[in-house]
Design a protein around this ligand. Structure first.
Ligand SMILES: NC(=O)c1ccc[n+]([C@@H]2O[C@H](COP(=O)([O-])OP(=O)(O)OC[C@H]3O[C@@H](n4cnc5c(N)ncnc54)[C@H](O)[C@@H]3O)[C@@H](O)[C@H]2O)c1
Length: 427
């Protein structure tokens, strides 16, 4: 056992894989989470998230979880992995980070290393985290150390995982940086890049996710534009991607979801605003991407009108924000459902990754055939692998007349040759 107990605060999509990895690397790990049910499940070796790899690791890894911060008082390395959402005004909500800092502050003083892995804007470590940690009298750089190592995990990714994704680390001082780099070197099989400051490390993560949001907004805008020009945007992107340099393919879709891409840009927008800079480009990207569920529903209404469908039942295939995971946070499918209901349509959903325990205000069928019964209109909102083999002839036999492919993942040619009215996003 490595002689440096680890406490991971927040056992979600980020904290749980990290805690398991550290335990597998022979660290004595305790997880702290505010959610009693989650703690109970983890202590019973049951995964609280829909992830086969995590479920099987929990079966064979010694990991103890608790709701009580006092149980983590012995930890030498404390890693904060709590959520960083935005509120209903899209303003950053740092209350979970602050609460986690208050939870550990009373134990600091024995030279512990505190690492923040949650996604935060530049300035949070020094302006929000540090004052809370020092409030009980301990001094950073003397009594404890502080670093930031933004997590880059991509749930559902079979190639890149918590153990092999390269990381960046920023430290409060040289000692904090050294300690944090040494820790990550001991658990990761990936390069670690030390950054010049905490702020640089914080900025890396919001820049990465803003980059993605902006690029997706660009192709989403092209999709809306090319729909009016009758040009298939996917074919155009694939054509442009044949250029071997200076082009990176991104694809349009029914909206951007999850806890990161539609959220993180607001952290930079807000912090820059407080410091006198207005990020018009980031705000425009958010506006374009937030409009995609409405654009998708417009496509659906157009396709229904073209097929003269008047029956109100609409089947939404996929509820989660991305393929092959069950995460519903900020999912465009939920906004699509809200908009469909506003048009007085009856919505039923089917998602093989979303369980009956998930808190969702829509009828979710557990059987695709049953869900299809009486649904002349189908909208694919998430490209789960189970949907990729859907064939237009089978759907037609079951009475489907309209299909909107909100992820452009179906074979357009075979759908267009079929009796179904097909519509994609920009194709
Ligand atoms: N989900 C991703 O793909 C991903 C990827 C990279 C980075 N991140 C970032 O990592 C952070 C965590 O994201 P996540 O997806 O793991 O969130 P999550 O909601 O899945 O997990 C967070 C956990 O923290 C717990 N928690 C909340 N407040 C707490 C507190 N005060 N004390 C103890 N536990 C508390 C919650 O109960 C929850 O179990 C966020 O900042 C996010 O932006 C997420």
């Amino acid at each position: 056992m490595v002689d440096a107990p680890v406490a991971v605060i927040g056992l979600g999509y980020v904290g749980l894989p990290l805690a398991l990895l550290a335990a597998q690397k022979d660290y004595d790990v305790i997880g702290v989470d505010a959610d009693k049910d989650k703690v109970q499940k983890i202590n019973s070796s049951v995964s609280p998230i829909h992830d086969e790899a995590i479920a099987s690791q929990l079966q064979r890894t010694a990991l103890r979880a608790t709701t009580d911060f006092a149980d983590a008082a012995h930890a030498r390395i404390i890693i904060i992995c709590v959520p960083t959402p935005v509120d209903h005004n899209c303003s950053p909500d740092l209350s979970p980070v602050k609460a986690a800092c208050r939870g550990i502050a009373r134990f600091l003083g024995g030279g512990q290393l505190v690492i923040v892995e949650s996604t935060i804007n530049p300035g949070v470590c020094e302006e929000v985290v540090l004052p809370i940690l020092e409030a009980t009298g301990a001094t950073c750089g003397v009594d404890f150390y502080l670093a930031h190592c933004p997590e880059r995990i991509n749930p559902g990714d079979t190639q890149w995982n918590v153990g092999n994704i390269p990381r960046v680390v920023g430290g409060y001082d040289a000692a904090s940086l050294d300690e944090a780099v040494t820790f990550y070197e001991s658990i990761l099989d990936a390069p670690i890049k030390p950054m010049g400051s905490l702020k640089e490390a914080e900025a890396v993560k919001v820049v990465e996710n803003s980059f993605r949001d902006i690029n997706i907004a660009f192709v989403n805008e092209l999709a809306m534009s090319f729909s009016t020009l009758n040009i298939d945007v996917v074919n155009v992107i694939d054509g442009a991607a044949t250029k071997p340099f200076s082009f990176m393919a991104h694809y349009p879709g029914a909206g951007v979801g999850g806890h990161c891409i539609p959220v993180d840009p607001y952290y930079l927008i807000e912090y820059a605003k407080q410091n006198g800079f207005d990020h018009t480009f980031l705000k425009t990207a958010r506006k374009v991407n937030r409009a995609m569920p409405a654009f998708t529903v417009d496509r659906l209404m157009g396709a229904r009108a073209a097929a003269k469908v008047t029956t109100p039942k609409v089947l939404v295939l996929g509820l989660s924000y991305k393929a092959n995971v069950g995460d519903l946070r900020e999912s465009p499918a939920l906004e699509i459902i809200r908009l469909l209901r506003g048009k007085e349509l009856d919505v039923i959903a089917y998602d093989p990754y979303v369980g009956s325990g998930d808190d969702i205000d829509v009828e979710v069928s557990t059987d695709l055939n049953e869900a299809l019964s009486g649904a002349e209109t189908v909208i694919l909102a998430t490209a789960h692998k189970e949907f990729l083999s859907l064939h237009p002839d089978d759907l037609h036999k079951r009475g489907v007349r309209v299909i909107v492919d909100g992820r452009n993942c179906l074979d357009k040619t075979s759908y267009q040759r079929s009796p179904l009215v097909y519509s994609g996003i920009g194709r």
